[in-house]
Ligand binder design. Structure first.
Ligand code: OXD
Ligand code: MN
Length: 579
């Protein structure tokens, strides 16, 4: 229980509405976790994996219709529709509550209601914010314990601060027709019904740390972003921090945990975060970032000693696997896993003769950040880390060069706003279709993008010490579908150029779209890349860019009157240079 009366009252109201058998206040301690695991092993929602080879690892197979975020069922409920913007589905808050309360009515009958106090960010950080999730899912509790600082310490902070984000969740009957994820940013509250999938059900993550937090951040003068945070340490021991936004399932986790290849001996990458960054301006005008999360909810397929050795190693223990396949030796298996042979697929069926992937393409691992050998010692620093560079990136087979630097903060905001990428399996719907995904926040911005870009632009009125901004594209392909750039660990070469630019040490050529590396300033020694391919990676096609800029212009126009004039001016200036 708690001394905070508004929390007590809200929990009572939720219990009255949902009518659970009992209410359990989570402490986050080990005994509690063990009890929940036992319960889930008994009811079949978890299976224990091979204790010898995968100690303390479990497999959860979800409902087959509940494997990804559901953007078409995700709503922002603001009093004025235009405050949610064309980038969101909107519902009137009164109608939203009525709809959700109808679904929640009596939904926890026969179940336990868990009350999860959690803190997003280091528990003693002034940049952190707290929330409470109420759920009827022990799987959600076990995942929230890994993904957030959850339990007694968070409750104590909530009692000290007096404020918290309210999140009510029930898995309901998992009926896709009775599934909604609703956000009420003006009330700092969330209601999620009918899904157990991480992005829909672990309310601290996308719902709180991005949709609600982005709204709150605008009011309070900071930024809540879909960005990894990494530290790049040079052989001389100097570390620079980079925040990078990529759309879902485009390799943020891999980049944040990269192990430098032999050619880059002496360099080191430290992970601060792999998915979300909260950026606050310090008194010195620099942006300081914290990772609000405490664990990783990463895409499993493709994780191997080659693509991400740290992730591969860290998920050998203490991990909850969701929707992967299994071998005869009761070990998890996924496409790209170097060992074993799957005999059971993610649906729980024997593999024999079954078509399709064995592990679901959006199958996930949940694991504590403490398991990551590259976890930055600065990740728990309450002050956050100073950001030298902001990087935007997408999955584009053509048009976008390997890397370029924006000419100014304002131009950088346009680069972020114009981001586009091919869709992935992280959300339901078609995969591989190019769509605009500004700042990788299309599914996550809790208010009108036009106001959001205005908020980004306003940062430069407050500071002359903002990070430089860049755009990268690891995914260029030729007409035979071969990737032009080797990617993975070799991406470090690009990060080195980026930091070189921040230190005024690396050369560049100016083009209409920004500064591109000179051939000599990007280290390509030892890479098997022909001069022609390098040329293609480090140049722009004016015709393609004219089309790209006019598509960006049309997209910006769809935001109407609210669009900041500055953004359109940037777009027009670049279009003019391309003529
Ligand atoms: C995620 C996502 O799970 O972006 O991080 O979908
Ligand atoms: Mn994400």
């Amino acid at each position: 229980m708690t001394s905070n009366t508004s929390l007590k009252q809200w929990v009572e109201e939720c219990a009255k509405l949902t009518q659970p058998n009992s209410v359990h206040w989570c402490t986050g301690n080990e005994a509690e976790n063990n009890e929940l695991v036992e319960l889930m092993l008994k009811d079949g929602s978890l299976t224990k994996l091979n204790e010898k080879t995968f100690p303390n690892c479990y497999l959860h197979l979800s409902d087959q219709q509940d494997v990804a975020r559901v953007e078409h069922l995700t709503f922002i409920c603001t009093s004025a529709e235009d405050d949610a913007g064309p980038n969101n589905h909107w519902m009137d808050p009164g109608a939203g509550h009525e709809k959700m309360d109808g679904l929640f009515d009596g939904c926890m009958k026969g179940r336990t209601m868990y009350v999860i106090p959690y803190c997003m960010g280091p528990i003693d950080s002034p940049l952190a914010r707290c929330g409470v999730e109420i759920t009827d899912s022990p799987y959600v509790v076990a995942n929230m314990r890994i993904m957030t600082r959850m339990g007694s310490d968070a409750l104590a902070r909530i009692e000290r601060d007096g404020t918290f984000v309210r999140g009510l969740h029930s898995t309901g009957e998992l009926d896709p027709d009775r599934r909604f994820i609703m956000h009420f940013p003006e009330e700092l509250s969330i209601k999620s019904f009918g899904s157990g999938y991480g992005g829909n059900a672990l309310l601290g993550k996308k719902c709180h740390a991005l949709r609600i937090a982005s709204y709150q951040a605008r009011q309070e003068g900071w930024l809540a972003e879909h960005m990894l945070i990494l530290g790049l340490e040079s052989p001389q021991g100097e570390t620079h921090y980079i925040a990078a936004a990529f759309p879902s399932a485009c390799g943020k986790t891999n980049l944040a945990m990269m192990v430098p290849p032999e050619s880059q001996a002496g360099w080191k990458i430290w992970t601060v975060g792999d998915d979300i960054a909260w950026l606050h301006m310090g008194d010195d005008g620099k942006l300081y970032a914290i990772n609000p999360e405490a664990g990783y909810f990463g895409v499993v397929p493709g994780t191997s000693p080659k693509t991400n050795p740290h992730a591969f190693n860290m998920i050998q223990k203490d991990t909850i696997f969701t929707n992967v396949a299994k071998t005869d030796s009761n070990e998890p298996w996924w496409e790209g896993c170097p060992d074993g042979t799957a005999t059971q697929n993610w649906k729980g069926d024997s593999i024999n003769g079954k078509r399709g992937p064995a592990a679901h393409p959006n199958s996930r691992f949940t694991v504590s950040a403490k398991n990551n050998p590259a976890y930055s010692p600065m990740a728990d620093d309450p002050r956050g880390v100073p950001i030298s560079a902001i990087v935007f990136g997408g999955r584009r087979r053509e048009t976008a060069p390997l890397v370029y630097e924006a000419k100014s903060w304002e131009h950088g905001v346009l680069v972020g706003a114009g981001m586009a990428s091919e869709t992935t399996a992280a959300a339901t719907g078609a995969v591989g279709v190019v769509r605009r995904d500004p700042m990788a926040m299309k599914p996550f911005c809790g208010y009108n993008f036009a106001d959001y870009w205005g908020h980004w632009l306003s940062m430069s009125d407050r500071s002359n010490a903002l990070p430089k901004m860049f755009h990268v594209n690891w995914f260029r392909q030729d007409s035979d579908d071969n990737f032009l750039w080797p990617g993975f660990g070799e991406n470090l070469r690009v990060l080195r150029w980026i930091i070189g630019r921040c230190k005024n040490e690396a050369d560049a050529v100016e083009t209409p779209i920004g500064f591109l590396p000179t051939k000599d300033s990007l280290d390509t020694e030892g890479l098997d890349i022909s001069p022609d391919v390098l040329d293609e990676l480090l140049s722009i096609d004016a015709g393609q860019w004219r089309d790209e800029m006019s598509a960006i212009g049309e997209y910006l126009d769809s935001y109407g009157e609210r669009l900041p004039a500055e953004l359109k001016e940037q777009q027009q200036a670049i279009s003019a240079l391309l003529k």
